[in-house]
Design a protein around this ligand. Sequence first.
Ligand code: ADP
Ligand code: MG
Length: 325
Amino acid sequence: MTLRELGEFGFIERLAAMGTCALPGLEVGIGDDCAIVNFHGGRLAIKADMMVEGRHFRLDWMTPEEAGARAMTAVLSDLAAMGARPLYALTSLALPPEWPAEQALALGEGLLRQAESHGACLAGGDTVAAHEHAVVDVMAIGECGEHIWLRSGAQAGDGVYVTGRLGGPAAAVAAKLRGLAGIPSWERYSRPVPRVAQAGRLNRLEAIHAAMDISDGLVQDARHVATRSGVGIVIEAARLPVYPGVEEIAARLGLDPLQWALGGGEEFELLITAPVKAAQELQAAAGDLPVTLIGAVTAGEGVVVVDEAGRAMPVPSAGWDQFRS
Ligand code: ADP
Ligand code: MG
């Protein structure tokens, strides 16, 4: 069997089944946005995230600073998804020796500045030579807040909420690949912002039962919440907040903007489940960032997307899989 046949998530499941951590402090292991470790009474969230040049970023599409910042964003977003405050990051870089030194330094600066602007610092890492494509791996540790948001906490009857507006990154990539100029959502792709500040304020609320970040696409990530919580999730398509300009890009390309909002990855927004009556306090805590009620948690299983008449709609069958996409 090849890895493509096994799939990214099949591989991770097999790895997780090989053994359990024998150390006492591990409260959440493989399977959530971060691991949670109880270390001498303080709880830490830990996560690593890797990006490969040519697959996850292209230097003819973005500056080296943007590529570095984006790699840091991915890991900070996972910490935010647990309600944790980022503290220390380590970055391992594999860089081709032929690269201009300025380019490598700019990538490093992007990593460092993005950590700083979210209250974290770069504390170390490793540097090696790469054959052809750069590889940027970032590991970060954060301090858990009052509540630790797990993917497994969703309760039937909860509302399903999403922060921000969706579809921007997927629309930007589709437009770029087709040579469109003046892409309105380009910065959503090249300069994504992890929702660290908002997560810090949202974490003080009692209302939130579950959260994860949308890095692999809304529907696929909602499936992880549904599976781990043993519930179903219904998403109402008409409620989805679509990023400004995405509909215009879709019209210019003759494509369906909804599929980008449902299936597009690298949004770095938060998917939250909380009671419907908590809508106002969630919005107040998130400030300027919209928090939209997009559906409900049910006693069923799986994820369905429904139209205004309540009919099930076709959804992207698989979101992002590293070995298949
Ligand atoms: P996310 O999309 O939130 O970054 P992933 O889908 O990449 O999460 O990973 C799912 C889970 O599997 C996470 O808990 C992650 O820590 C774990 N995981 C992924 N790859 C590995 C690996 N090579 N070794 C151990 N755990 C892994
Ligand atoms: Mg995640």
